[in-house]
Design a protein around this ligand. Sequence first.
Ligand SMILES: Cc1cc2nc3c(=O)[nH]c(=O)nc-3n(C[C@H](O)[C@H](O)[C@H](O)COP(=O)(O)OP(=O)(O)OC[C@H]3O[C@@H](n4cnc5c(N)ncnc54)[C@H](O)[C@@H]3O)c2cc1C
Ligand SMILES: NC(=O)c1ccc[n+]([C@@H]2O[C@H](COP(=O)([O-])OP(=O)(O)OC[C@H]3O[C@@H](n4cnc5c(N)ncnc54)[C@H](OP(=O)(O)O)[C@@H]3O)[C@@H](O)[C@H]2O)c1
Length: 449
Amino acid sequence: MSNQTQYPHPIAVIGAGPAGLYAAKLLATRCARVALINRDIKPGGLAEYGIFHNKHKMKSNLRKQFNIIMNISNIHYYGNVIVGEKGDIQLNELKELGFKAIMVTIGAQGTKWLGLPGEELKGVYHAKDIVYHYNKLPPFAEHDYPIGDRVIIVGMGNVMMDIANYCIRDLKVKEVTTIGRRGPAEVKFTKKEMTNLIKNLDLEHLDAEIARTTPVMEKCGQDPEAAKNFILSAMDKALEPVSNTRFRIDFLASPKAIIGDKNGNVTGLEVDETTLELRESGGTKAVRLGTTHTIPCDTVIFCIGDRVDEDFGLPLDQWKEFAKHPKPKHPIDEISYEAYNPETEKAVEGIFLAGWAREASSGLVGTAKKDGESGAKALFEYLEGIQPAEAPEKVIETLENKLKKLKKVVVSKDDLLKLVAAEERIADKQGLEAFKFSSNEEMLKEMGQ
Ligand SMILES: Cc1cc2nc3c(=O)[nH]c(=O)nc-3n(C[C@H](O)[C@H](O)[C@H](O)COP(=O)(O)OP(=O)(O)OC[C@H]3O[C@@H](n4cnc5c(N)ncnc54)[C@H](O)[C@@H]3O)c2cc1C
Ligand SMILES: NC(=O)c1ccc[n+]([C@@H]2O[C@H](COP(=O)([O-])OP(=O)(O)OC[C@H]3O[C@@H](n4cnc5c(N)ncnc54)[C@H](OP(=O)(O)O)[C@@H]3O)[C@@H](O)[C@H]2O)c1
């Protein structure tokens, strides 16, 4: 059998971020009929709504690649449709409609609250709120997320860098302090992202922090000089500053409580001072010392990764990730893409996971692409063992009939063409690199809905 006729199956792919799009592409090119169902009106996921708003070239290149996928004729797109227990359609309903397998690529939409006192105060955010806001994802684009002049960011990854970039170069706040529970040798951000901000970095403070944390690093076999050089290596290609924001990094500090005033506004962040201990299994762990101090601030933004949507309807494992089969039947590169129920100790039949839905907050667009493709390969292997559908197009038709009954607009590929044309027209007229509508209502209106 040629690849073109090998898989005449109806497959649902849930989530049109990079993982879902590349999984759909591989599935469709092997002749599966793919129903690509997406919460957002537009495809792209975090490539559209996560990547920093001024990376126009990167976003435009990705959109071009995604458009090619969206043009594949046996990929059917349903935007503005939420799948899940509290959504427009549930996983089980999709199975009942006749989908032979379902690829879940919904990313990590849950928030990783730490359960700290004060998390409910005004001025406490998670990165997602801010990132979705400045990237104009409804409804976040329509809400205000007031940010004060003294911002603390928790976490030392690239999401922290994006949020710091927004606060320093866009909002031009007075102070940004980022805190990390580990030391200078274990920052997760890249040199490239530091080039945007290093000219705002308080270098005296960095020196003092390196000196303070040197004994802890040396105890763990880490090289303080190399850690400092890595951070300073961003100076080579540093962007000129556009604000006087003082940017500081505080190491060996873990959030303990957010302090507020009687009006519910943030006034400070109490942190646990930490040290590093070597793990038997390798690497280090940050251990609280039992001593604390409080850093004054008016805004706290957590950039500590996300977790999956617990209401989606798939079983979770002990780490609150969607559970994966520990002994997968179709591993790819020794990775399990198969959903699993730890209570029954059985596979969730026909459900596959890829991208950030499989491993939350892990890696770049390229990683999600590869993961989507590997998930699709695992799914192909699964399909080889089951009876092909007699009329895959009938399943698609039944899905469309069901979606028509929803009390909301389901967005098609044709609708998207109208939307993109309207946004490009406005961008041209206003001389902008890109223009996005901020609400679903405006987008739907442009589509004539
Ligand atoms: C702030 C930030 C900045 C980043 N910057 C970069 C960068 O500069 N370069 C880079 O290479 N990588 C970057 N990344 C990483 C990159 O965006 C991710 O690796 C990638 O987008 C993950 O792809 P995914 O398809 O698994 O999930 P996502 O991109 O999150 O896509 C998930 C899709 O599922 C849909 N969905 C969610 N829930 C449902 C549901 N219940 N029903 C139906 N659909 C649903 C969503 O609408 C979305 O379209 C960044 C990430 C973040 C958070
Ligand atoms: N420009 C870009 O290319 C870009 C931009 C944004 C994101 N991304 C990618 O997207 C992925 C996710 O990025 P990310 O920044 O969210 O994740 P990340 O790189 O894993 O960084 C998360 C940070 O949060 C800290 N953290 C996690 N849990 C914590 C807790 N309970 N208490 C205190 N600190 C905690 C981590 O500390 P520990 O190390 O101690 O766990 C780490 O410093 C990464 O692969 C990243 O490269 C890329």
